[in-house]
Design a protein around this ligand. Structure first.
Ligand code: NAD
Length: 489
């Protein structure tokens, strides 16, 4: 069958790709397939079957049927399965991580860490689902009992992206299952192995058939079909602002709940009293992690004019040490971009910035002729009007610019319609607090990088999204409130 695992460059096989519907793996049988390729060299890794309309109907019906039982499952049983998923994920992190490197491109150590660290999401939801509480409200009339309970919303349709294929999917599945919902998830067709592996973990951990279903296909066709389905009561999407708005509009037309984790354009503000060298070194790590394809990656650097030259010098020195290469090479610190299409996008950001008078300090070019490699790029003197300062680059380009005054830099940081994450570096507690208060952003990290932990809420404001994943907020989007008042004389 065409979806048999293929032997790839290092002699091991790649994940066997399939749909997962009602506890069954499905592939072949005349389904359309697409090639999955390695962005480091263009080699074919496997063939991914697309869901037919019949498959989508079957997945949604299975999720609806399973919901009837799963919603009544004890939180202890949900927690047991989620904990087992975490254990299995940690045991298999190396294999799952290797396949992420192959189909997504990130260095192996980053890919393995994604699986290990994100096993925490399953555990966090296992713990928190035992604390989904209701409350009693004191009555106005004797004999009346007023109770509030929180119930699972129903079948969830989820759409996850390619940049952290394991992370994004485990968060959504764990939140849905922990709340008592069931889920049909469309993962990223370009980097599908982690989602297939995850479905296997849930299956092996004892998750009943129909609770977790995985489908693949043409994204717009699948989302259109699933969001319209009367079974689906909630939509959860991580991806670009443009697509998020389309899906939220479709969901809104049918009064369905949404969680939207969308893009941002993270401002980083370095005040003159900061530890400039250690800030620059930390920011290089965070900027070029996953080749900059991170929704909270630092993307606009505002450095105070008094420390600007020193910051740029340290930053450039650190960037010069980044080795770009195939993610399976242990020396590699930055792999290829996830797709060829991202290369032309990077090139147009650079061209636009230089035509606006900015200076390319390093990089700015594709690396090599095969694979989607783009050099770590630092650009200085970028005017606020350049595309790079207005549109999330989602790649390895760092624009650095100066500021002079607190109010001026806050106005520039808040000047975009996005508000996902922001970072501040300062030695002053009062500047830190003033900045944290002034910044319009769902998350602010000060003097370190501390975003995305299972126990902390992750989400944006303004056009960067609706709702939070993680933290004690994590189930809010998956639960509905029921008020019951009863009179007993
Ligand atoms: P894109 O907008 O085409 O796709 C982003 C993701 O959304 C992909 O996983 C894609 O499969 C999915 N998608 C696209 N159209 C969809 C639809 N109609 N229904 C359901 N899912 C759909 O962009 P791209 O070229 O793949 O990625 C680049 C942009 O995406 C970046 O500029 C970045 O802003 C955004 N992005 C954000 C995140 C994030 O974590 N917030 C992750 C990946 C990509």
């Amino acid at each position: 069958m065409s979806t048999e695992p293929m032997t790839v460059s290092d002699g091991l096989t790649y994940e066997k790709l399939a749909l997962f519907i009602d506890g069954q793996w499905k592939s072949g049988e005349g389904r359309t397939e697409q090639e999955v390729t390695n962005p480091a060299d263009g080699s074919v890794l496997g063939r991914l079957p697309h869901a037919s309309q019949h498959d989508l109907e079957a997945a949604l019906a299975a999720a609806q049927k399973a919901f009837g039982e799963w919603r009544r499952t004890s939180p202890l049983e949900r927690a047991r399965i989620l904990r087992r998923v975490a254990e299995l994920a940690r045991e298999r992190a190396e294999l799952i991580g290797r396949n992420i490197t192959l189909d997504q491109g990130k260095p192996l150590a980053e890919a393995i860490a994604e699986v290990r660290v994100c096993a925490d999401h399953a555990e966090w939801h296992a713990e928190e689902c035992r604390r989904i509480y209701g409350r009693l409200i004191a009555p106005r009339v004797p004999g009346v009992r007023q109770s509030v309970t929180r119930e699972p919303v129903g079948v969830v349709a989820a759409f996850t992206p390619w940049n952290f294929p394991f992370n994004q999917a485990i968060r959504k599945i764990a939140a849905a299952l922990g709340a008592g919902c069931t889920i049909v998830l469309k993962g990223p067709e370009d980097s599908p192995s982690a989602v297939v592996a995850l479905a296997r973990l849930f299956d092996e951990a004892g998750c009943p058939p129909g609770c977790v279903n995985v489908v693949w296909g043409v994204p717009a066709e699948i989302s259109d079909f699933m969001i319209r389905s009367p079974y689906v009561r909630k939509i959860s999407f991580t991806g670009s602002v443009a697509v998020g708005k389309q899906l939220a509009a479709m969901a809104g037309a049918q009064m369905k709940r949404v969680t939207m984790e969308l893009g941002g354009h993270t401002p980083v503000i370095v005040f003159p009293d900061a530890d400039v060298d250690s800030a620059a070194r930390l920011l290089v790590q965070q900027k070029f992690r996953n080749a900059g394809q991170v929704c909270v990656a630092p993307t606009r650097f505002y450095v105070h004019e008094k420390v600007y030259d020193r910051f740029v010098a340290t930053f450039l020195g650190e960037v010069g040490r980044i080795k770009v290469g195939h993610g399976l090479d242990p020396a590699t610190r930055m792999g290829p971009l996830a797709h060829e299409r991202r290369l032309s996008s990077m090139r147009s950001f650079v061209d636009d910035a230089t035509s606006s008078g900015a200076h390319v300090e390093c990089g700015g070019e594709r690396v090599g002729l095969t694979g989607s490699f783009f050099a770590p790029t630092v650009i200085t003197g970028v005017p606020e009007s350049a595309q790079l300062m207005k549109v999330e680059p989602f790649g390895p380009i760092a624009p650095i610019t100066r500021f002079a005054e607190f109010d001026e830099v806050m106005a520039r940081a808040n000047g975009l319609p996005y508000g996902l994450a922001a970072a501040v570096f300062t030695g002053s507690a009062s500047i830190a607090q003033a900045a944290a208060t002034a910044i319009e952003s769902g998350m602010v990290t000060i003097n370190h990088w501390g975003l995305g932990l299972a126990e902390t809420p992750f989400g944006g404001v303004k056009e960067s999204g609706v709702g939070s994943e993680g933290g004690t907020e994590t189930f809010d989007g998956y639960l509905v409130t029921k008020f019951v008042t009863e009179l007993h004389r």
